[in-house]
Design a protein around this ligand. Structure first.
Ligand SMILES: Cc1cc2nc3c(=O)[nH]c(=O)nc-3n(C[C@H](O)[C@H](O)[C@H](O)COP(=O)(O)OP(=O)(O)OC[C@H]3O[C@@H](n4cnc5c(N)ncnc54)[C@H](O)[C@@H]3O)c2cc1C
Ligand SMILES: NC(=O)c1ccc[n+]([C@@H]2O[C@H](COP(=O)([O-])OP(=O)(O)OC[C@H]3O[C@@H](n4cnc5c(N)ncnc54)[C@H](O)[C@@H]3O)[C@@H](O)[C@H]2O)c1
Length: 469
C-alpha cells in the first residue's frame, strides 16, 4: 500500500453532521478532508428535506389556486407545469450547493468528490469522481454516511424500477396515477402535492393507520383530509407482487382485510423506510461494528467500536432528522473541546409537512401509554385559534399532555396551520421546566397560532377517561 495522505480529521460523507464538523475544525486550524460521492452537503439540501418542502409548497400554491374563488379571486382553469416546478426546486438546490462550496472554501476544509472505502483502520481509499484513486488516513475519522430508500422485498418491485424520493423530485411531468408504497413521512409528504398537481394517487400502507408513530386522532384526521382531496388510501395492505414498469404502467397486487386488490397505476414510489449506507465499504477492515439492522454501533458519545472513529447522523441510528444529525455534530464538537455531551435524553421535535401540518415534541398519548406514564390531556380544535379563521385553514387541533402529579408538560402535538412552528414555543417551555400554566398566562401576540396555547390551556387539562382510540 502506498503511503496515505494524513489529515487531523477525515470525514466520510458530507451530510449535516460531517459538513459542520469539517467547517468548524478547519476554521480552528486543523487539516480536514471530507469525502463525498455525490451530494455536496448531503441529502437534506439535495434530495430530501429542502427540495421536498420546495415542491410541497408548489403543491400548496396549486391548491390555493384551485380554491381561488373562496378568496375572492377569479381564477381560470389551473394548469401545472412540472418542468417549471422542478426548475424552481433545482434553482434552490443550486443556490444551496453554492453556499456549501463557499463554506468549504472559506473554512479551508478540503472536499474530495469520490466514493470512499476503508482499506485499513482509519485509512480510506477514494475512487475519485474525475478518475483515479487517493489514499487518505485520519488521526480521527468520522462516519456520516446517511441512508437511502429501502426497497421492500416484494416480488417484482425492484424489477419495476420504482421511483424513490430522489427520482420523484426530478419528475418533469405529473404521473397519471402514482402508487405510493408506505404511509409514513416520505409517502405522505409526496402523496399530497402529487395529488394537488393533478395525479391520481393511491397510498398503500401495511400498518393499520397512516403516520404509524402518531396518535390515532392525528392519523384519522390526516386520512379524512386525504380522502377529501381524492387520495385513495389502502390500510392493512400486504403487498403481494408488482408487475410492469414504473413510468409506463404498473399492476400492484395487495392483500387486504377484505381480500385481494389490484391497483393499476402509471408509477410507483417507494417510501417504506431507510437502509443505512454501511455495506461494502470495508467497515470490518476498519474495526467498526454494525448492529443487527446494519447501523453503526455507537455509544452515547457517538464513539464506534474502533478507536478514533465516530459515527453521526442517520448511519449511527440517530433519529432520522436533519436537526438530530446537527445535534450529533454538536455532541462530537463539544466533547472534542473537553466537554461531556451525550445523545441521552434529547428532546427531539418532529415536523411533518402535510396539510394540515404536524408538529410534535415530547410524548404523545400512545407513547405515554406504552411507557406507563400517567397524563392529563388539554385539547382544543384549531378552529378555536382565531388566526386559522383568517386563513380559512381551520382543520386540526392542538393537544398537550401534562403530568398527573404536577403541572409539568410531557408533550405537545399541533396538527394544523403552522403546526411545525408552534411546537417550538412548547419545546422551549419544556426545556426551561416551565409548568403549562406559564404558557396559559403568557401574553402572545394576536392573532397568531401561538396565541392558541392560551386557549388550549385555559381549562385545566383532564385525565383521559379511556385509552386513545
Ligand atoms: C424525502 C425526504 C424528506 C426529508 N425531510 C426532512 C425534513 O423535512 N426534516 C428533517 O429533519 N429531516 C428530513 N428528512 C431526513 C433527513 O434528510 C435525514 O435525517 C438527514 O439528511 C440525515 O443526514 P446525515 O448527515 O445523517 O446523512 P446524509 O445527509 O444522507 O449524508 C450522508 C452523505 O454520505 C455520502 N456517502 C455515503 N456513503 C459514502 C461513501 N462510501 N463515500 C462517499 N460518500 C458517501 C452520501 O452521498 C451523503 O451525501 C427527509 C428525508 C427524506 C428521504
Ligand atoms: N418532515 C420530516 O422531518 C421528514 C420527511 C421525510 C422523511 N423523514 C425521515 O425519514 C424517515 C424515512 O421516511 P419513510 O417515510 O421512508 O419511513 P417511515 O418509517 O416514516 O414510513 C414508512 C412507512 O412505510 C410502511 N411500510 C414499510 N414497509 C412496507 C411494505 N412492505 N408495504 C407497505 N407499507 C410498508 C411503514 O409501515 C411506514 O408507515 C422518516 O422516518 C423520518 O425520520 C423526515
Amino acid at each position: 500500500m502506498s503511503k496515505p495522505q494524513h489529515y487531523d480529521f477525515l470525514i466520510l460523507g458530507s451530510g449535516e453532521s460531517g459538513k459542520y464538523l469539517a467547517w468548524t475544525m478547519a476554521k480552528a486550524g486543523h487539516r480536514v478532508a471530507v469525502v463525498e460521492r455525490r451530494w455536496v452537503g448531503g441529502s437534506c439540501p439535495n434530495i430530501a428535506c429542502l427540495p421536498s418542502k420546495n415542491v410541497i409548497y408548489s403543491g400548496h400554491v396549486a391548491s390555493l389556486f384551485r380554491r381561488g374563488q373562496e378568496f375572492g379571486l377569479a381564477a381560470g382553469p389551473v394548469s401545472v407545469d412540472m418542468a417549471a416546478v422542478r426548475a424552481r426546486k433545482r434553482k434552490m438546490v443550486d443556490e444551496l450547493i453554492a453556499v456549501h462550496r463557499k463554506n468549504y472554501a472559506d473554512s479551508g476544509a478540503e472536499l474530495i468528490m469520490g466514493e470512499g472505502r476503508f482499506v485499513a483502520p482509519r485509512t480510506i481509499e477514494v475512487q475519485l469522481q474525475q478518475g483515479g484513486t487517493r489514499l487518505l488516513s485520519g488521526e480521527r475519522v468520522y462516519l456520516n454516511l446517511g441512508t437511502r430508500a429501502a426497497i421492500p422485498d416484494v416480488p417484482g418491485l425492484r424489477q419495476s424500477s420504482p421511483l424513490t424520493h430522489v427520482e420523484a423530485l426530478e419528475l418533469d411531468h405529473v404521473p397519471e396515477h402514482l402508487i405510493v408504497l408506505g404511509g409514513g413521512y416520505v409517502g405522505l409528504e409526496f402523496a399530497q402535492p402529487m395529488r394537488r398537481f393533478g395525479s391520481r394517487v393511491t397510498v398503500v400502507e401495511h400498518g393499520p393507520q397512516l403516520a404509524g408513530r402518531e396518535d390515532p386522532d392525528v392519523a384519522r384526521l390526516l386520512l379524512r383530509r386525504f380522502a377529501d382531496e381524492g387520495i385513495d388510501v389502502v390500510l392493512n395492505a400486504r403487498p403481494v407482487k408488482v408487475e410492469g414498469r414504473s413510468g409506463d404502467s404498473v399492476r400492484f397486487q395487495v392483500h387486504t382485510a377484505t381480500g385481494e386488490r389490484i391497483i393499476e397505476g402509471s408509477d410507483i414510489l417507494v417510501a417504506a423506510g431507510r437502509t443505512p449506507n454501511t455495506q461494502a465499504i470495508g467497515l470490518d477492515a476498519a474495526g467498526v461494528n454494525l448492529d443487527e439492522r446494519g447501523y453503526v454501533q455507537v455509544n452515547e458519545r457517538l464513539e464506534t467500536s474502533a478507536p478514533g472513529v465516530w459515527a453521526m447522523g442517520d448511519c449511527a441510528g440517530s433519529p432520522q432528522f436533519t436537526h438530530v444529525a446537527f445535534d450529533d455534530f454538536r455532541v462530537v464538537r463539544d466533547n472534542l473541546a473537553g466537554g461531556d455531551r451525550t445523545t441521552r435524553d434529547r428532546l427531539v421535535p418532529y415536523g411533518m409537512f402535510t396539510d394540515p401540518e404536524l408538529g410534535r415534541v415530547g410524548l404523545n398519548e400512545v407513547a405515554a401509554q406504552r411507557a406507563g406514564i400517567a397524563y392529563r390531556v388539554a385539547r382544543t380544535p384549531m378552529a378555536a385559534v382565531l388566526r386559522t379563521r383568517t386563513l380559512s385553514e381551520t382543520g386540526g387541533f392542538l393537544k398537550a399532555l401534562v403530568a398527573v402529579d404536577s403541572d409539568r408538560l410531557l408533550g405537545f402535538t399541533a396538527l394544523g396551520a403552522s403546526g411545525g412552528e408552534v411546537i417550538a414555543v412548547v419545546q422551549t417551555a419544556m426545556l426551561a421546566g416551565l409548568p403549562y400554566t406559564a404558557l396559559r398566562d403568557t401574553i402572545f401576540a394576536h392573532p397568531t397560532i401561538a396565541e392558541g396555547l392560551t386557549v388550549l390551556f385555559a381549562n385545566a387539562p383532564v385525565a383521559p377517561t379511556a385509552a386513545v382510540q
